[in-house]
Design a protein around this ligand. Structure first.
Ligand SMILES: Cc1cc2nc3c(=O)[nH]c(=O)nc-3n(C[C@H](O)[C@H](O)[C@H](O)COP(=O)(O)OP(=O)(O)OC[C@H]3O[C@@H](n4cnc5c(N)ncnc54)[C@H](O)[C@@H]3O)c2cc1C
Length: 508
């Protein structure tokens, strides 16, 4: 008889772990994660977590910065919830043992990042995510919550229009299994691996979004893919480009062309601290103009001791690759970083499919609108995972199910590289309708290679195909330029498109 738990959490980043630690007193929680427990986007977050602590900061200022960056598409009520809940939850993390950097008065040493009108980034030097992940994993252990590694969740079980559990691949036993649950909580992170240049680790293949889409849940705003303007050029570890945090520009780093000319003032009065979409487009345009494959990020004018103390990971990693950032500029390129769209949820993290919740980067809560404000994503995950745990108390038991008819097991092709090349070429920072149409044509061809059923081999390729299709179709629907979505034929925002792009799978 298949196993049953109360709450099945998929993913062990900030979202999944926060939910698990906060819901454990309401029922049996099981966390499944597809690689090792700390393999997550969370573990790589450098900059920090945005929250109102500064003496001259207010909730309204943080709300307004978020709304301005979101270019008219943020859901204001949800932004307000996130911003107001932020400080108490960040303090809780601190009291749980997160070693956030403090100033000489023993208060949080608040960093500055692009799009923020105040210093409000709580950080643990430049490895904030790693510190949060460490503390949450300790809490999981202390509370005796079951966490199982190397379990790849493949698809969601839907019976009578509601989610009843998942199919998953136990990679140790090499066997597909089923788990029933009163609620499934998807916290599977982002989809940066759809692109050649990405800051995301290999786990970020959009699995949760693809699974929810196939299960019939609503998916929203997938056209808004955030490219981080400054990833180190051409140096990849595990297919991941090393990120140079926005905080580097916050502390005075300057973007320059290959021949050393600063250029950001031409593109925005905010200069190097303009929102990421503007900075990423400016970098691409300057690379085209100068015929260069990268631009430069220079912080060598700052004091060497300060650089080493404030950015130890960046300093040491660059040094390993022969770049001494205290003396010379870093060659950088924009790289896929964050997906603003995802599984559409309400402010309690409930998706449109009963008993299916979504949290963190795979969810669409509406807080980011057309562009994410820096360091709002860890905050979003923390706040809505906590709210989901409050809501989960009310979940009723599913009717016991003795058995389930297994969908046929399938083997699909490995299309990872083909998809990355397609997305890089046609669905990048600057898009055209013609390019998007070509991309749609190709992706519909790839889609046919994956028959209905549970894909056990190359499941990630199938997920990447589905997510690529969602991004392409959403981008084609939005005939304007807004936030992260820039379409050459329609370079301005158009009031008729001041709404979310919602997609539900047809023919089910
Ligand atoms: C380099 C980098 C720097 C960043 N810096 C910042 C920052 O300074 N501030 C900020 O706010 N945000 C930052 N972000 C974004 C932020 O880190 C992420 O949005 C956030 O950590 C996402 O958390 P999550 O819990 O939703 O997903 P993740 O942390 O990515 O966790 C996803 C989990 O799901 C698991 N999983 C995925 N698919 C499956 C499956 N099929 N079966 C089982 N398990 C699965 C993964 O293995 C992983 O454990 C950064 C991101 C990157 C990549």
């Amino acid at each position: 008889m298949p196993r049953k738990v109360d709450f099945l959490v998929v993913g062990s980043g900030i979202a999944g772990l926060t939910f698990a630690t906060r819901s454990a007193s309401y029922g049996k929680v099981l966390v499944l994660t597809k690689k090792r427990k700390a393999d997550s986007n969370t573990n790589y977050a450098q900059g920090g977590i945005a929250a109102v602590f500064g003496p001259n900061d207010t909730f309204n200022m943080h709300i307004n910065d978020t709304l301005r960056t979101g270019a008219g598409l943020c859901h204001k009520d949800v932004v307000r919830i996130m911003v107001k809940k932020g400080p108490s939850l960040v303090k809780e993390l601190y009291h749980m043992g997160c070693r956030f950097s403090l100033n000489s008065h023993g208060k949080f040493d608040l960093g500055q990042e692009g799009g923020h009108s105040r210093r409000r980034i709580v950080h643990a030097r430049d490895h904030t995510g790693q510190e949060i992940e460490r503390v949450l994993l300790e809490e999981i252990k202390e509370k005796g919550i079951e966490l199982s590694e190397n379990e790849v969740v493949l698809d969601i079980i839907v019976v009578d229009g509601e989610c009843r559990g998942v199919y998953y691949l136990d990679t140790n036993k090499k066997k597909i299994d089923v788990i029933f649950a009163n609620a499934v909580i998807l916290a599977t992170g982002g989809a940066g691996q759809l692109y050649l240049h990405t800051t995301n680790p290999p786990i970020a293949t959009g699995d949760g979004i693809a699974m929810a889409y196939r299960a019939g849940a609503k998916i929203a705003n997938m056209e808004f893919v955030q490219f981080h303007p400054t990833a180190v050029y051409n140096i990849n570890i595990d297919g991941r480009a090393f990120l140079i945090s926005e905080a580097v520009r916050g502390e005075g780093g300057i973007l320059k062309t290959k021949d050393g000319k600063p250029f950001m003032k031409k593109y925005s009065p905010l200069g190097n601290l303009a929102p990421r979409d503007i900075v990423a487009r400016a970098c691409i345009l300057e690379m085209i103009k100068t015929g260069s494959k990268y631009v430069l990020l220079d912080l060598s004018h700052l004091k060497s001791g300060y650089i080493k103390k404030r950015f130890p990971t960046i300093y040491e990693t660059c040094l390993e690759w022969g770049i001494d950032i205290t003396r010379e500029p870093i060659p950088v390129v924009p790289a896929a970083h964050y997906i603003c769209g995802g599984i559409m949820v309400n402010s309690w993290a409930e998706s449109s499919l009963k008993r299916l919740f979504a949290l963190g980067e795979c969810a669409f809560t509406g807080v980011h609108g057309a562009n994410r404000l820096a360091s709002n994503s860890l905050l979003e995950a923390l706040v809505f995972a906590t709210r989901a745990a409050e809501r989960i108390k009310e979940i009723t038991d599913i009717r016991p199910m003795k058995r389930i008819k297994l969908n046929p097991a399938r083997v699909g092709p490995n299309l990872k590289l083909v998809i990355k090349e397609l997305m890089d070429r046609y669905v990048n920072v600057i898009r055209s309708e013609k390019g998007l149409e070509q991309a749609r044509h190709n992706i519909e061809d790839y889609e046919k290679k994956f028959a209905e059923g549970i894909h056990i081999i190359n499941a990630e390729s199938r997920n990447m195909t589905d997510v690529a299709k969602l991004i392409i179709i959403s981008a084609l629907k939005r005939k304007e330029s807004r936030g992260l979505h820039y379409l050459m034929e329609y370079p301005e925002p158009d009031a008729r498109y001041k709404k979310d792009t919602i997609i539900v799978r047809e023919n089910r």
